[in-house]
Write a new protein. Structure first.
Length: 238
């Protein structure tokens, strides 16, 4: 790494908006050493409320006992983590199943520090259809209640892994910026997990963003992708 590149990396706010490795918190040191400012471990998804609460508890304990971790509850906490040379932790659900059938649980999760909730994980749930469902049905009536309550609780609405119609319905229903925490550009590589230009433009119009994802199958097909192929997704979305 050149001096200029190293300086840029050290001065930048770097957010990894979904971290599969952190399903095992022992890997947190990889992100420390990699120079991340904030990372979003998955603490819930296709599980019920009890399982999610146990995962949240484990992370809160880790944050309390580690001197260089900080729970992110608002955007300013990320800036503070950068300033204080700590690693910000954004608690994230990859799927809305831990909400079960009770939107009041959203407020409970917010009070515990959950900052971002993904609506589906590939398949259909109470909220809507995932990106692998052939029917591509839209946001359910319950899903609209979920989006409304997420907005009220100031939890970020994440449309990753979510079907096209459900995504567009959620973006329309949301009164706050929406995001794709991790996605590639379908126009660059047509994986069902990647998002169309329509979705990219729609989320940008809310003031939201897309976190470019480096998972090999979403970057290119049939081989280990190159850095240039990953950058092509970023370039297309920009």
């Amino acid at each position: 790494m050149t001096a200029d590149a190293k300086s840029l990396h050290e001065s930048a706010i770097v957010i990894d908006a979904v971290c599969p490795l952190l399903m095992d918190p022992r890997h947190v040191d990889l992100y420390r050493r990699g120079g991340a400012t904030a990372v979003a471990p998955t603490v819930g998804g296709s599980e019920n409320a009890e399982t999610a609460l146990r995962a949240i508890g484990r992370w809160i304990k880790l944050i309390r006992n580690a001197g260089d971790l900080a729970l992110v509850r608002r955007a300013a906490d990320i800036e503070a983590a950068k300033r204080d040379r700590r690693l910000g932790i954004i608690l994230h659900f990859q799927g809305a199943d831990p909400i079960e059938d009770d939107v009041d649980l959203i407020d409970a999760y917010k009070s515990l520090g959950v900052g971002m909730i993904q609506l589906t994980y590939n398949v259909r749930n109470r909220v809507g259809d995932g990106c692998e469902e052939p029917g591509d049905a839209g946001l359910s009536r319950f899903g609209r209640d979920v989006v409304k309550r997420l907005n009220e609780a100031r939890i970020v609405v994440d449309c990753s892994h979510t079907g096209l119609r459900t995504t567009m319905d959620a973006i329309e229903a949301s009164q706050r910026p929406t995001v794709f925490s991790h996605a590639g550009a379908f126009s660059v590589h047509p994986s069902p997990r990647n998002i169309t230009d329509e979705q990219i433009r729609a989320v940008a119009a809310t003031g939201g963003l897309v976190g470019a994802v480096g998972f090999p199958a979403f970057v290119a097909g049939g081989h280990r992708p190159t850095l240039d192929q990953f950058i092509a997704h970023i370039d297309h979305m920009v």
